[in-house]
Design a protein around this ligand. Structure first.
Ligand code: UT7
Length: 440
C-alpha cells in the first residue's frame, strides 16, 4: 500500500493509571481482580489508497444515435454535453465483469492483495441478478476469500453511499480494507427507441480501495439524503415485487428505464449544491478552500447550474468527463476520479468533494482530505506474475468448489434414500465470470 503522506498524530495508547497498573500481573496482589487492559482507542481514518476503471470498447457517438432515434449531435451536445458513450456490446461484458477489471486495477495501484480485503460493496443499478449480489460474484473472481460482500442500491448516488459505508466500517474498527465499486451496464435497461433517455447513459465501472490508517485525513465527512416521494421520476417499473415480469410488462416496455427528465433536472440542481455545502461545513472547509470537485457526470448543465453557479466553484476545479462516457450512474464518479488523477488534477493535500444524485430520489456528498500519493508506481514483472497467478488460482478454487457442490448433488443422499440424484450441472453462469469473462 502506498504510504499516506502526513506526520502521524501522536496517538500512542494513552496510559491512564488504572490501565497500566492493572495490566501488570506481577504487581497484582492476590486480592486484586485482573481487569481488561484499558487502552485509549487509536484514531482511525479512512483513506482511498487505490483506484481503477474499466469501460467497454464499443463506442456509440451522437451521430450513431441519430441513425436510431429522432435526435442530433447538436441537440445532445447542447442539452447534455455528451458526445459519445461506451456500451457493453459483447454479451459477456456484464456489470460484474467490468467491475472485476476495475477492482483489480484498484488493488494493483494500492499494492494490496485481494485476500486482504475485508468487505466488498458494489453499488449498481444494473446487477447481474436480483440475487445473488453482484458483489459476491466479484468477490469470487478476485479470490477475496476473507471479504464480506453486498450490493448497495442508491442509483447514481450509490458510489458515495458505498464510500460512506466503507468509512463507517473502517472507523468502527470492523475492517482494514474495503473495496468500493460502482458498475453499470445501463445499455441493457435503456429503451433504445426512447430519445429522451437512450442518449444519456453509458456503461462502465470504477473502483476504489479504502484503507484504515492512523494518518489524519481521508474521507472526513459525508452527507446522505433521500426523498422517496420522487421515486417515480426515475424508475424501472417492472421486474420487482410491485410488478413482476410478465408477457405484458415486457411487451409494454415496463422493464426499461423511465424518466421525467425535467423533474430530475430540477431536483439535481437543488441537491447538488445543498449537499456539497453541508458536507463542507461538516468537514470544516469553505467552498473557496476546495481544490477539486468530482460531481456525478449526468449533464453539464446540472453541473454548471449547481457547482459552478450556485457554489461559485470555478470550472478549473471541477472535473468533467461526461462528454466521453455519458451518465454511467454509480460508475461515473470513480471513473472521473481515475481520469482526474491521470490528468494531474489531484495531489496529496487537496481538499476534494464527490457529489451525486439519482433515482430514489437520493443524493450524497463526501469531503476528502486527500493524502495518498498519486504517482504511478511501476509494478515489477514478479509482482504482476504473482498477481495473475492469484487470479488464476481464484478461478481454479471457484471451479473446484462448484465441482464439489455438484458431486454432493449427484451422489445418493443417505438421509433421503430413494431420492433421485440430480443430473444438472448448475455452475454455468458464475463459472464463466470467474474465468474467461474477466480476462483483460
Ligand atoms: O443520474 C440521473 C439521471 N438523469 C438525469 O440526470 C436527467 C436530468 N435531466 C436532463 O438531463 C434533461 O432534462 C434532459 C437532457 C433529459 C432533457 O433536456 P431538456 O432541456 O430538459 O429538454 P426537454 O425535456 O425540455 O425537451 C425539449 C424538447 C422537447 O420537444 P418539444 O416538446 O419542445 O417539441 C423534447 O421532445 O426536446 C425534445 N427532445 C429531444 N429532441 C432531440 C427530447 N429529447 C430529445 C432528443 N433529441 N434526444
Amino acid at each position: 500500500m502506498p504510504e499516506i503522506k502526513q506526520t502521524p498524530v501522536a496517538n500512542e495508547p494513552a496510559s491512564n493509571g488504572a490501565g497500566s497498573h492493572s495490566n501488570d500481573a506481577n504487581q497484582s496482589t492476590p486480592k486484586e481482580r485482573p481487569v481488561a487492559p484499558s487502552v485509549a482507542p487509536r484514531a482511525r481514518y479512512a483513506h482511498i489508497v487505490g483506484w481503477g476503471r474499466h469501460v467497454p470498447e464499443k463506442v456509440i457517438t451522437n451521430h450513431d444515435l441519430a441513425q436510431i432515434v429522432d435526435t442530433s449531435d447538436e441537440w445532445i451536445r447542447s442539452r447534455t454535453g455528451i458526445a459519445e458513450r461506451h456500451v457493453a456490446a459483447d454479451p459477456k461484458e456484464t456489470s460484474a465483469s467490468l467491475a472485476v477489471i476495475a477492482a483489480r486495477r484498484a488493488l494493483e495501484v494500492a499494492d494490496v492483495p485481494a485476500s486482504k480485503v475485508d468487505l466488498i460493496i458494489c453499488a449498481t443499478t444494473t446487477p447481474e441478478y436480483a440475487f445473488p449480489a453482484t458483489a459476491c460474484l466479484i468477490q469470487d473472481a478476485l479470490g477475496a476469500s476473507n471479504a464480506g460482500a453486498f450490493d448497495l442500491s442508491a442509483a447514481c448516488s450509490g458510489f458515495v453511499y458505498a464510500l460512506a459505508m466503507a468509512r463507517g466500517q473502517i472507523m468502527a474498527g470492523d475492517a482494514e480494507y474495503v473495496l468500493v465499486i460502482g458498475t453499470e451496464t445501463l445499455s441493457r435497461i435503456v429503451d433504445w427507441t426512447d430519445r429522451e433517455t437512450c442518449i444519456l447513459f453509458g456503461d462502465g465501472a470504477g473502483a476504489v480501495l479504502v484503507a484504515a490508517s492512523e494518518v489524519p485525513g481521508g474521507i472526513l465527512a459525508v452527507d446522505l439524503g433521500s426523498d422517496g416521494s420522487g421515486g417515480n421520476t426515475l424508475i424501472v417499473p417492472a421486474g420487482g415485487s410491485a410488478m413482476s415480469t410478465s408477457l405484458e410488462t415486457v411487451s409494454s416496455g415496463m422493464h426499461y428505464l423511465k424518466m421525467d427528465g425535467k423533474a430530475v433536472f430540477r431536483f439535481a440542481t437543488r441537491v447538488m449544491a445543498a449537499s456539497t455545502r453541508k458536507v463542507l461545513e461538516r468537514a470544516g472547509y469553505t467552498t473557496d478552500e476546495v481544490d477539486l470537485v468530482v460531481p456525478h457526470q449526468a449533464n453539464i448543465r446540472i453541473i454548471q447550474n449547481s457547482v459552478l453557479n450556485q457554489l461559485k466553484i470555478p470550472a478549473e476545479k471541477v472535473f468533467v468527463n461526461l462528454e466521453k462516457y455519458g451518465n454511467t450512474s454509480t460508475a461515473s464518479i470513480p471513473i472521473a476520479l481515475c481520469e482526474a488523477i491521470e490528468a494531474g488534477k489531484l495531489k496529496p493535500g487537496y481538499k476534494v468533494v464527490f457529489v451525486g444524485f439519482g433515482a430514489g430520489l437520493t443524493w450524497a456528498a463526501c469531503a476528502i482530505d486527500w493524502r495518498t500519493p498519486v504517482e504511478k508506481q511501476a509494478a515489477g514483472w514478479w509482482k504482476n506474475t504473482r498477481r495473475q497467478a492469484t487470479y488464476s488460482a481464484a478461478a481454479a478454487r471457484s471451479m473446484w468448489k462448484r465441482a464439489v457442490r455438484w458431486v454432493y448433488e449427484v451422489l445418493p443422499d443417505p438421509e433421503t434414500p430413494g431420492r433421485e440424484p440430480s443430473k444438472e450441472t448448475p455452475e454455468a453462469p458464475v463459472k464463466e465470470l470467474a474465468g474467461e469473462r474477466t480476462k483483460e
